[in-house]
Design a protein around this ligand. Structure first.
Ligand code: MG
Length: 296
């Protein structure tokens, strides 16, 4: 089968015909939140409905944490610590080096967060996360509950102060900075239960805050859930038919075709050139001729 679809000829040099898209783990219900630990040679990811974080290595699969409080997205902070979005407890946490859990954010202006979905850490150490309501809509990926806050993007300062920085999106989901952090990209999956295609917004970072909101790209077929950036500023987005690679100018360069609906992705591997893809019941990987921005 063909693994790739080239739209912009440059994409042809991003992928390699002898580097297949491989299923490396399967049997889950809905996986998201992949994060690479080069120091441990492992990938962690969430099997959300089954309330667990799994650990994949070349030797096989083990359970990292169960119950996981229905974690979704993960990243690592500038010190390499695991940062997690938890649907079940409606909070963002940090796992310390001794294994203890520190709460980064669980509310705003006296109200509970909805269900933190995805998270990134900026160069200044600030933690940025999205808070759509998916984890409280049903009991499938958390606990059904009343929504207390609009679906916003938040920034948590290293001093602990939390601020709603984007408040006009329907359901902000995946997010990523450009390599120099002059731009912020945020996927809006708000309309995923309708027939409309999904879009990714781009913001200019002005004085450390997102400004000049505009539509960067409309994913079709949807949805744009998780997004990641490579070192040249190309954006790699989840889509219904695989992973779409978008140029910094916003056009589709090519696709990695995946046989299941893709949720999230992350770069990892020896040279930050391996793309790990969570897709419905399975995890896939493919080696690219690209390097991802993968911190630390
Ligand atoms: Mg997500």
């Amino acid at each position: 089968m063909a693994f790739f679809e080239v739209v912009d000829p440059r994409f042809g040099s991003f992928v390699m015909g002898n580097a297949p898209v491989k299923q490396i783990a399967t049997g889950f219900d809905w996986v998201e939140g992949p994060v690479w630990f080069g120091d441990a040679g492992c990938l962690l990811f969430s099997d959300i409905p089954n309330n667990r974080i799994l650990r994949w290595t070349e030797e096989g699969l083990t359970t990292f944490r169960a119950p996981s409080n229905y974690t979704n997205g993960h990243t690592r902070d500038r010190q390499g610590r695991l940062i997690s979005c938890e649907h079940g407890t409606r909070r963002v946490t940090r796992t310390e080096w001794d294994g203890s859990i520190t709460v980064i954010a669980d509310g705003y202006q006296g109200k509970r967060l909805n269900s933190p979905n995805d998270v990134i850490v900026a160069a200044d150490g600030a933690i940025w996360f999205t808070d759509p309501h998916y984890g409280i809509m049903t009991d499938y990926e958390g606990f059904q509950a009343e929504q207390e806050l609009p679906c916003s993007v938040y920034r948590v300062d290293p001093n602990g102060a939390i601020e709603a920085v984007i408040t006009d999106m329907a359901c902000p989901n995946g997010l990523a900075f450009s390599p120099d952090e002059s731009r912020l990209y945020v996927a809006d999956t708000g309309r995923m239960f309708h027939a409309d295609p999904q879009h990714i917004r781009v913001f200019d970072m002005v004085d450390g805050r997102p400004r000049n909101s505009r539509i960067f790209h409309t994913i079709a077929p949807g949805c744009a859930d998780g997004i990641r950036i490579d070192t040249d500023g190309n954006l790699w987005s989840s889509a219904r038919d695989g992973v779409h690679c978008l140029a910094p100018e916003g056009h589709l360069m090519g696709k990695i075709l995946v046989p299941e609906v893709v949720s999230n992705l992350c770069f990892g591997g020896r040279a930050k050139h391996r793309l790990f893809i969570t897709a419905t019941t399975s995890v896939y990987s493919v080696i690219l001729n690209r390097q991802g921005i993968q911190r630390p």
